[in-house]
Design a protein around this ligand. Sequence first.
Ligand code: UGA
Length: 446
Amino acid sequence: MALKITVIGTGYLGATHAAAMAELGFEVLGLDVVPEKVGMLAAGRVPMYEPGLEELLTRHVTGIEGSSGRLRFTTSWDELEEFGGDVHFVCVNTPQKHGEYACDMSYVDAAFASLAPRVKGGALVVGKSTVPVGSADRLARLLAEHAPEGVDLAWNPEFLREGFAVRDTLHPDRIVVGVDCERAEKVLREVYATPIAEGSPFVVTDFPTAELVKTSANSFLATKISFINAMAEVCEAAGGDVVKLAEAIGHDERIGNKFLRAGIGFGGGCLPKDIRAFMARAGELGADQALTFLREVDSINMRRRGHMVELAREAVGGGSFLGTRVAVLGATFKPDSDDVRDSPALNVAGQIHLQGGQVTVYDPKGMANARLVFPTLGYADTALEAVRGADVVLHLTEWREFRELDPAVLGEVASRRILLDGRNALDGTKWREAGWTYRAMGRPRA
Ligand code: UGA
């Protein structure tokens, strides 16, 4: 009989995981404490913008015509208990604590506290949330105390990227499982039999290593981005071109050409808070020196936002932003997402606004979330409307829509034709040919 699976927490990670588990043939119950979220998911709708996820959901959610009916959602822990799952995936979020670097474990702790007395004997609980190393050991002790006999724990970090969540979940580039017994490994091999058969590497570790794989992977990615952004700073000082530099070093297979796009840096709900939580945890473990370089990674990254503000200030005459109009293209932390958490684009827009500039933002999918975070910014319904009357245009999230804009048409409505490319993603030649002053970060001025 196919395993019965529950997924606790239905954000980006959980909603995608639940739908993917149904796609793999399991009977799945997703639980979240937010009734609105559950209501939407139960109707086959996704509370965030994630390409392909709605299609996957509607293929499986119970009650939708033509669906497999293998996927249900609930807010009720009693229903979860009745469901009698064999495997329970904990996918709740672990945000940064207010006023501290450490990560807030309260959602994970609450999920385990509710789950422990409700799982059936012999079930497997699998943590997927990004947690400080040492958490799995602690949570295993909690289960031993509060769950029935024979309930094991595994730690199975998730590496999905927003915008590619469905593909990354169904076809992971690796599956990492931290276990302390053979049975847990066996059950997870059964859960992931399809991707394993397709060739996804299956890496078995102990608890701390599995937890560390996740935070070290994100730290490496953050370091790679800050490295190229540091090179951008040097290029600007020396008159070099960071885009050419990245292309050239990327041909070395040991370096690779991915994650070397210089610009206004990384944001989102993961990389910034993960490197900070990692530093905080290393400090608790007495290993803080090992991660002091991450402070520099963070500081290079945050400097990029300030640098973009200064480039914009220079573009509007070098003094105050008062009385100037600034168009901002992009609000999300990256394209193909509606997520504005710690978004460099919105941060730059906000800084300029707070310094007196009249900022108008347009983003293809992030407007509603941006309005919630920054209600005092101006918002336009199209890129053209955002650019109308602008003294400078800032390209801050590299949506395809922006690459397809016609610089000549925008030039007609802009007050001055100055474009600052904060993502090194537009075709500078095309913009210059249409009469724009095009300036990109870490590249020579033309
Ligand atoms: C990141 C990791 O890439 C995933 O592997 C991980 O599972 C996820 O965090 C997580 O921990 O849940 P994500 O936050 O979706 O995924 O975004 P990324 O694609 O990593 O991009 C992060 C930021 O870096 C974005 O703001 C992006 O614009 C920026 N970036 C990326 C650059 O500035 N330059 C680059 O070359 C690449």
